[in-house]
Write a new protein. Structure first.
Length: 248
């Protein structure tokens, strides 16, 4: 395992109680950082904190509530110091259905969590990074945001929005020592698969030339570099983790 020195850094990882976020938090701690996990699920947060150890704190927060995100940020910095690393991993897949039959309320919920929630968290954390002239941000998008998945219009649209947000913010902050990038993973072997039908899961696997789903540790390896001080030039970029699926 390559080592990136994250000693002295404080990372906030949304959706950090499980899946990709948890794997990234674990990698950050192995690299010397302190980590605060933000998630809606208090029981899973307690389990994650027990697993990750003493340099971990947790905050139960709904990222669709801007005031709650502000409060979570204030509490996190009061306990662990300024946030220098941010990973936006919180998200939902939603059910699979054609657009003309998609539940209107569920479509909005997916956009609210995946895109508006990512905006909320960036909106709260960025001012402090600008004031200190340092930060590393990684937003978790998806290959669906680049190519679109049939019967997943809400998810695909939300992740395309995350890509656009990342590119815009990266340009806005290019004059600071702040890197803002996103990754576009193919389907990963996480609990998010529990929200999908077996037929849809097999369709997704069949789209990946590697013939398997992404391992969370593979995503954590890429993100460990993206949040390190060594990543001092690249910003506003999209990093492929699609197993060969991406066409651009």
């Amino acid at each position: 395992m390559n080592h990136y020195d994250l000693s002295g850094e404080h990372a906030v990882v949304t959706g950090g109680a499980q899946g990709l976020g948890f794997a990234m938090a674990r990698r950050f701690i192995q690299s010397g950082a302190s980590v605060t996990l933000w998630d809606m699920h208090a029981e899973l947060l307690a389990e994650a904190r027990a697993s990750l150890g003493e340099r971990t704190r947790t905050v139960t927060v709904d990222i669709t509530d801007y005031s709650a995100v502000e409060a979570a940020h204030a509490a996190s910095e009061a306990e662990m110091g300024p946030v220098s690393i941010l990973v936006n991993s919180a998200g939902i897949a939603g059910p699979a259905a054609p657009l003309d039959a998609y539940d209107v309320a569920m479509f909005r919920t997916i956009i609210d969590i995946n895109l508006i929630g990512t905006f909320h968290v960036n909106r709260v954390v960025v001012p402090g990074m600008k004031a200190r002239n340092y930060g590393r941000i990684v937003n978790i998008a998806s290959i669906a945001g680049k190519e679109g998945n049939p019967n997943a219009s809400a998810y695909s649209a939300s992740k395309a929005g995350v890509i656009g947000l990342t590119k815009s913010l990266g340009k806005e902050l290019a004059g600071f020592d702040i890197a803002v990038n996103c990754i576009t993973p193919a389907t990963a072997q996480t609990r998010i698969l529990e929200q999908l039908s077996e037929e849809f899961i097999e369709y997704m696997r069949g789209k990946i030339p590697r013939g398997r789903f992404l391992k969370v540790e593979e995503a954590a390896s890429m993100v460990a570099w993206l949040v390190s001080r060594e990543n001092s030039f690249t910003t506003g970029a999209v990093f492929d983790l699609s197993g060969g699926r991406a066409t651009y």
